[in-house]
Each structure stands twice: as C-alpha cells, then as structure tokens.
Design a binder for this molecule. Structure first.
Ligand code: UDX
Length: 483
C-alpha cells in the first residue's frame, strides 16, 4: 500500500521558457540545472533556432544526460531561417506572440511538455506567459535576466513621466538628474536610464512594452532574480514591497550551480558551456603565456553591433595604452565598409605583438584566468556578474537595454570600475585602460575583491542566495502538491 501510494506522487515539473537570445538562455539553462540538481523535473522550451545552435555549440547533451527528468522541447519562432534574429528583438518578440503562443497552448493541452505544475517564464514574455498560466491554472513565477536596478526603473516609468522627467527634451542635458526613482535620487542621470527609457516621445512602443511587461510581475506568484542581496539590497526592498513580495534572489547563478555541483560531488566538467556561438579555446593557451594581471579582456556580449569607426577607435585606444589585450570580435559584430586591408598597419602589428582577437571565448574561464587584470565590457548582466565573481574590475561601454544602468552602478555605486558610457574616443579608451590597469589598480583590487567575496558567500551554504534557492524549491514542491 505504502509503495503504491509513493508511485502515485509525481515530482513537480517546471516549464522554463527563455527569450531566444544568448544572455537569456545562459541564465535560464543554468537555473534549469540548479533545479534539476534539487530533484525538480524541468521541461526546457527553446525556439528551434536556439535549440539547434545550442546543441551544435554547447555540451548540452552530455551535461544533461545525468538528469533524466529534464526534457528539451522546441517551438517555432515564426521567422525565416536567414532572419538576423539577435539584432531584431522586437520582430522576434512580435513573431513569437503570433506564432509561438498558440503552439505552446496546444502543447500544454496535449501534454507534450509533460505534466507541468509550475511555469517559470522569462520576464520578457511576462504578459503572454502569465495569461496562459492563469488560463491553465498553473502557478507562474517570473525570471528576469536583467539587474534588479533595471527592473525597478522600468517599474517606475509612470512615476518618472508624472514627475515631468520623461520624455527627454529635444536638446537634452544628458547629465540632468532623474529624481523620481526611489533609491536612485542622487545619482541617476538621463544617460543612465535603460536605453528603452531614453525616449523623446511617450508613445514609443518599446517604452510602453517594457513598462507593461514589468508591471505583469505583480500578477506572478514569485519573481526570481539573478542577483544577490549584498549587491542590490536597497533596490530589492522596493521590489518586494511594490512588485512581488516573493522575490527570490539566487545569484550569481553560474557560481551557485558550481558550488551546488561540488556539494553533490557531481563529477561535472568545469568547462561546460551554454554558448550558441562556436567557442574558440585557443585563446586559453595565449593567456597561459601572459604575465599575471597584464591582459585587458574586451567583449561586448552577444548582441552589440559596432560601426567600423567605433572598432577602429577602440583598437587605437587599446594599442596606445600599451597593454596586452584579448578581444572578442564576433563575426556578425561589425557593420560598415572595409576589411583587414583598411586597418592601419600599426594596429595590426601591435596586435600581433601583444593582442589576440577571437570570435567567441569561454568567458567565465577567461575572467578567472590569472593573466586577466581588467574587463572592457558592454555591461550585459551576465558579464557583470561573471566579472564580479572573478574579482575583475571593469570599464563599461554600455550598448542597450539594462546596460546603461548597470554601468552606472558599477562606476558610481559599487565602485567596481569606470563608466565610460556613450563615449567612444581613442584617447578616452587609452586613458581609462591605463587608469584601470595601472593608476587606480590598487583601489579597484580592494573593492572588487570584497564584492567577489560577498558574491561567493551569498551562494555558499547559509548565504542569502543559497537559502533563497532552498525556499524557491520548497515553494515549487508545495504548489505542485496543491495543484
Ligand atoms: C543582453 C543584456 O544586455 C543582458 O543584460 C540581458 O540580461 C540579456 O541580454 P548579452 O549581450 O548577451 O545580453 O550580454 P550578457 O548578459 O553579458 O551575456 C553574454 C553571455 O555570453 C555571458 O554569459 C558571457 O559569459 C557569454 N560570452 C560572451 C561567452 O561565453 N563568450 C564570449 O566570447 C562572449
């Protein structure tokens, strides 16, 4: 009898559905593994396009073989094969609402996704996922792959407008303070607003979409954030009181997973990847032959597009700083006319001497390498967290979305680096690289080491993220029993 009853109890099954872009897939796949380790079954739903790239470039199959409860499922995104998806996020979003939503509904009805007891939806799809969850009476938790400070500003958009601080004026002073976001009154300038908020017209569809999607989190039963209390504590209290009381901060997720795997004595490779790009590991040999903390690592993430002029400005700045550099230049990253033949000879020569350019690297390993002493970054949220854990100071050159506010926090609030912001000038790049790597090195070594310690403490047994993950797992189990 006892055995029979045990057989009837199904484990909870969570449906995880990321927005189809590298940064989102990275964080949510890590979450899927963390939950699988805790004994929760997961159905991981990708678009066909992302699924194929992930299985081609990452060790997903081998890595997840140990979790028989983890199912990969796919849905179409409704776009033609040759569509440049990552650069056209709005188009991807609209196409998925039209195409993916009905397919997903059908899959939930037919059981193709398993017996789903809880949905963890990417906050970028907040409205459509929440509507679906309500319709099927499945508990829904939102997962945001951006920083808490960004979510908080998105939530406050109406208040900023009411205070007359948005829209931006025609000839705006971008250093003007925005004082209507609680907790950021003294340092938030127009130029620090997430890019989708920097509008001159209040009918801007992206502004309205991010404000609307963020407010949806008030309808969710929980909110998961890839951050930690010591990093964004004051902002998190605002989020808990006005957006979602059950906000689980469980980051930095990549380190959390690593420590949980170690606790389970899981003999997993330290080099697992979530990449949808082909990883070139040769740069690790190059790094091995460089002196300690001598290299500035440069990467602008998976989406940033650089004009040819900007590329050349950065290149001059890096070369003129005389530092060694490792630079990720994705094949689809640079726009504009010209090829290697148009690059000034002195840049090519200096790069041969003390530089290394590569299409895609194992970034977490690169940041942890003893030769790396600084990171020139676009301030994507994953990159920011990875740099924090590795204790590497940053120069921030934000491109879009949350990156503008992340870089302000890095430079002004956490003091973990220098915020270069929207400037792209060889002299500025040169000066900032020298400041970070030499002139202000000691100051940054202190602040980054302390934040790295706090980050690791948060995911260690008894730490805030560690306890929050246990609570989240408990909550998922409870809701599935109720269901
Ligand atoms: C964007 C946003 O800016 C980000 O804040 C948001 O959360 C998701 O969408 P993206 O440009 O992909 O993200 O940057 P980021 O969030 O930093 O993610 C990039 C990921 O790619 C990181 O995990 C990084 O380790 C990885 N990466 C990058 C590599 O593995 N190799 C590389 O060569 C470059």
């Amino acid at each position: 009898m006892k055995n029979q009853r045990r057989q009837l109890v199904l484990p909870p099954r969570v449906l995880i559905f990321p927005f189809p872009a590298q940064g989102h897939v990275t964080a949510m796949l890590t979450l899927a593994e963390v939950l699988s380790l805790a004994g929760i079954d997961v159905t991981f739903l990708n678009t066909d396009h992302i699924h194929n790239r992930l299985f081609r470039h990452a060790d997903v199959e081998a890595r997840f073989a140990d979790y028989p409860g983890l199912l990969f499922r796919t849905v179409p995104d409704g776009l033609p094969d040759d569509h440049p998806r990552s650069h056209e996020r709005t188009e991807v979003f609209h196409s998925m609402i039209a195409t993916t939503k009905p397919v997903l509904k059908e899959m939930l009805v037919s059981g193709a996704l398993g017996s789903v007891t809880c949905i963890i939806a990417d906050g970028s799809f907040a409205r459509f996922a929440t509507d679906l969850a309500y319709e099927f009476q499945i508990p829904i938790i939102h997962f945001r792959t951006v920083s808490a400070c960004c979510i908080w500003i998105h939530f406050c958009v109406d208040d900023i407008i009411k205070a007359g601080e948005l829209p931006l004026r025609e000839k705006e002073d971008m250093n003007r303070l925005i004082t209507s976001v609680p907790g950021m009154e003294s340092f938030l300038r127009c130029r620090d607003l997430p890019s989708f908020c920097q509008v001159r017209d209040l009918s801007n569809p992206q502004l309205n979409s991010i404000a609307r999607e963020t407010r949806q989190s008030c309808r969710a039963q929980g909110l998961i954030l890839n951050t930690f209390e010591d990093l964004e504590g004051p902002i998190l209290s605002h989020i808990r009181s006005l957006i979602c009381p059950k906000t689980y901060t469980i980051g930095p997720l990549h380190t959390h997973l690593k420590l949980r795997l170690a606790r389970k004595n899981a003999s997993k490779s330290d080099q697992s990847s979530n990449s949808i790009f082909e990883v070139d590991r040769n740069c690790m040999d190059w790094l091995d032959s460089q002196p300690s903390k001598s290299v500035i690592y440069v990467s602008f993430g998976s989406i940033t597009i650089l004009t040819r002029e900007a590329l050349i400005e950065f290149w001059h700045g890096l070369v003129n700083s005389n530092m060694r550099f490792l630079w990720v230049v994705r094949p689809d990253m640079v726009t504009g006319e010209g090829g290697e033949g148009d690059v000034p000879a002195e840049l090519l020569e200096a790069t041969r001497e003390r530089g290394y350019m590569v299409g895609w690297v194992p970034q977490v390993e690169v940041l942890a390498h003893q030769a790396v002493g600084g990171f020139l970054t676009h301030s994507g949220w994953n990159s920011t967290l990875e740099s924090i854990v590795a204790g590497v100071p940053m120069i921030c050159w934000p491109y879009f979305a949350d990156q503008q506010i992340n870089s302000r926090f890095v430079g002004e609030v956490w003091k973990l680096g220098i915020d270069m912001k929207d400037v792209c000038d060889r002299k500025v790049v040169e000066k900032m690289v020298i400041d970070l790597m030499v002139e202000r090195r000691e100051e940054f070594v202190r602040s980054t080491a302390e934040m790295a310690r706090l980050a690791k403490e948060s995911v260690s047994e008894g730490g805030s993220s560690y306890c929050n993950l246990d609570r989240l797992v408990e909550y998922i189990r409870l809701t599935s029993k109720e269901k």
